[in-house]
Design a protein around this ligand. Structure first.
Ligand code: ZN
Length: 61
């Protein structure tokens, strides 16, 4: 199944998150997600970090 998904790279640091099809989608790696969440004055940063724990793969339509 994974083979049918696009390659995903971190939009912030270009780290390869998932190797897949030649088409590339952008997500965010755990390190950048952590930095991003910490820079965000969210009232509940722990829940925001949990939401960012997985690469946000959004296929180009
Ligand atoms: Zn990154």
């Amino acid at each position: 199944m994974e083979a049918h998904l696009p390659t995903v790279v971190c939009a912030w640091c270009d780290r390869l998150l998932r190797r897949g099809l030649p088409s590339v989608s952008h997500g965010i790696c755990p390190d950048c997600a952590h930095t991003f969440v910490r820079s965000f004055p969210a009232p509940h940063p722990s829940s925001a970090l949990a939401a960012a724990g997985r690469p946000l793969a959004s296929p180009v339509r």
